[in-house]
Design a protein around this ligand. Structure first.
Ligand code: KIV
Length: 290
């Protein structure tokens, strides 16, 4: 039987110096594929607001949407640890609401852990969620839910003040019991310093190669967007091109009548044809008969 990856396994990977791979997924099919390829951690990121729902930020994403997608991803993965993102304002108002929402992702969604953004400010919340038995992954550096405060998606931690803040935030998360921390869009040297200082794994995105692990958005590595390729992404496929070509070919085949062909159609045997003869008379003798 396939054994599920646990947060203990993830921490042990850092201890062994084994690099950790994490990938986002938002539905059953992509989750199955990621799981089958051996991705140990699947993140149902609130980036779904942008890459699946078409918003221009993650801010509009709701708890109901997260639960819906976490459920689909959970159904697709037998081995991977599923981490569900707590969306904007679902864990800020008070700790009670944070606990309720974290519980929804686990109980209704089937996630094994939750992720939330922020450092010192959310440390108490992290502690309470962890105390309830729900593992928490932190997220510092560029935290996309604060895009309206930052005024855009830019690298964080290039000034002394920002770098010191990111270090403090990461340490606060570790102190609060987080099992791992995402470092997003921070300079490589700062990510390396955080990684050295923490005993829990750091998972980087745009944070250089010296993190304990890496996370990428599925749509980015599959090349599902032609318009924009983030600097931190490597394209492992060019699916936008492949898919567009397939759609265009399908349309051609439908229009010129070559799809569906005989082998793609269902037929009646002799007995059924006899039984239905009076109903089929017109078509049987028509050009599409057979
Ligand atoms: O929502 C998301 O996909 C994320 C990753 C970019 C880390 O938070």
């Amino acid at each position: 039987m396939t054994r599920r990856v646990t947060v203990r396994d993830v921490r042990a990977m850092k201890a062994r110096g084994e690099r950790i791979g994490m990938l986002t997924a938002y539905d059953y099919t992509s989750s199955r594929l990621a799981d089958g390829a051996g991705v140990p951690i699947i993140l149902v990121g609130d980036s779904l607001g942008m890459v699946v729902l078409g918003h221009d930020s993650t801010v509009p994403v709701t708890m109901d949407q997260m639960v819906h997608h976490v459920q689909a991803v959970s159904r697709g993965a037998r081995r991977a640890l599923i981490v569900g993102d707590l969306p904007f304002m679902s864990y800020h108002v008070d700790v009670g609401r944070a606990l309720d929402n974290a519980a929804r992702l686990v109980q209704e969604g089937g996630a094994h852990a939750v992720k939330l953004e922020g450092g010192e400010v959310v440390a108490e919340t992290v502690r309470r969620v962890v105390d309830c038995g729900i593992p928490v992954m932190g997220h510092v550096g560029l935290t996309p839910q604060s895009v309206n405060t930052f005024g855009g998606y830019r690298v964080r931690g290039r000034t002394r003040e920002e770098a010191a803040g990111i270090l403090r935030d990461a340490e606060a998360l570790e102190g609060a019991g987080a099992f791992a921390v995402v470092l997003e869009l921070v300079p490589d040297a700062l990510a390396a310093a955080v990684t050295r200082r923490l005993s829990i794994p750091t998972i980087g995105i745009g944070a250089g190669p010296r993190c304990d692990g890496q996370v990428q958005v599925l749509h980015d590595i599959l090349g599902l967007y032609q318009e924009f390729v983030p600097k931190h992404t490597r394209r492992y496929a060019n699916l936008a091109e492949t898919i567009s070509a397939a759609f265009a070919q399908y349309m051609n085949d439908v229009k010129d009548g070559t799809f569906p062909a005989d082998v793609e159609s269902f037929h009646l045997d002799e007995a059924a044809r006899g039984e239905l003869r009076d109903l089929l008379e017109d078509v049987d003798h028509g050009p599409q008969a057979g």
